[in-house]
Design a protein around this ligand. Structure first.
Ligand SMILES: NC(=O)c1ccc[n+]([C@@H]2O[C@H](COP(=O)([O-])OP(=O)(O)OC[C@H]3O[C@@H](n4cnc5c(N)ncnc54)[C@H](OP(=O)(O)O)[C@@H]3O)[C@@H](O)[C@H]2O)c1
Length: 271
């Protein structure tokens, strides 16, 4: 069964010594003031280096099958992507100040959101949980010295676990404006952000025109059923669909579509 394959152990990390060295050098180069040396890593990650519209760079990621699914009907998403896709996700985490997930992902996957596969600093962890439904036991809240933020709708009662900052933001019908989330994180010195999932959270950031880029990591799998990658407002005409400039990169058996959303990105300085 496909679903039992998806539950299997993490894809083996087959990053070679040479790739590790390339990454280590790239990481130093990325955080320096020097121009990036030409390399495959540079061509994928350079667009995330400097902001264009304000002082934030916001990248979303979705790991999906060929038929646009991110998880089975029961919500299992481990492991849609192969080793290449997983390493790429850890590289994204290593380049950002904070990783944002929705409460659905925290409940379904109980992710650690660390950089384990490669060298790099663990980013801050942020969970959007308007109704404060997450318990203290989840791995995102573990006390490992990394900054943790729990975003909850104003007026909801929430008692955060130790070392977790409670960020209360206004909500309309339960929805918190993604631009407000970004501005509030920016006040806490967060400048480069990864919106890691799931589908609902990434879709809300796209709909709010708050992503600079989307890394869509496609695995050669047909699931045939399951959760779709996006949930955006319905359109009637094809000219209303988002048609994006892309660059593709092979990541082992997976392919990342680096989608450029800058034509629709709003400036967070306005208002
Ligand atoms: N393949 C991948 O790359 C990948 C990555 C991550 C997750 N996943 C899978 O995706 C599934 C979870 O995705 P999902 O779409 O169901 O859930 P999700 O995006 O993780 O979380 C959605 C929930 O987060 C809250 N939320 C997010 N943005 C909000 C906003 N702007 N304002 C207010 N609330 C907001 C809402 O909580 P309320 O419901 O309380 O309103 C919303 O229903 C799991 O099966 C997981 O395994 C796959």
């Amino acid at each position: 069964m496909l679903s039992s394959k998806l539950q299997s152990s993490p894809p083996t990390d087959n990053i070679s010594l040479e790739q590790q060295q390339e990454w280590d050098e790239f990481l130093v180069n990325f955080f320096s003031n020097e121009p990036l040396s030409k390399s495959p890593l540079q061509s994928i990650f350079e667009p995330l280096r400097y902001p264009t519209f304000d002082d934030m760079v916001v990248v979303g990621q979705i790991g999906q099958t060929l038929d646009g699914r991110i998880a089975t009907v029961t919500g299992q998403s481990r492991y849609v992507n192969g080793p290449g896709g997983l390493t790429h996700l850890h590289q994204l985490r290593a380049l950002v100040d904070a990783v944002v997930i929705g409460v659905g992902t925290a409940l379904a996957d109980d992710p650690q959101l660390t950089v384990r596969q490669i060298k790099g600093k663990n980013p801050a962890r942020v969970v959007i949980d308007p109704r404060a439904g997450l318990s203290h036991q989840h791995l995102v809240w573990r006390d490992d010295g990394v900054k943790k933020i729990w975003i909850v709708a104003e007026g909801v009662t929430a008692s955060p676990p130790p070392q977790v900052e409670l960020m209360m933001l206004p909500a309309q019908n339960g929805a918190i404006d993604p631009a407000l989330i970004l501005k509030s994180l920016n006040l806490r010195a967060v400048k480069r952000i990864l919106i890691e999932g799931g589908a609902e959270t990434v879709s809300r950031f796209i709909a709010a025109k708050c992503l600079d880029r989307l890394h869509l990591i496609v695995a050669p799998i047909i699931m045939g059923s399951g959760r779709l990658s996006f949930n955006l407002p319905p359109i009637e005409h094809m000219d209303q669909a988002l048609r994006l400039p892309i660059q593709t990169h092979q990541l082992g058996n997976d392919v990342v579509f680096d989608c450029d959303l800058q034509t629709q990105r709003i400036s967070l300085n306005k208002e």
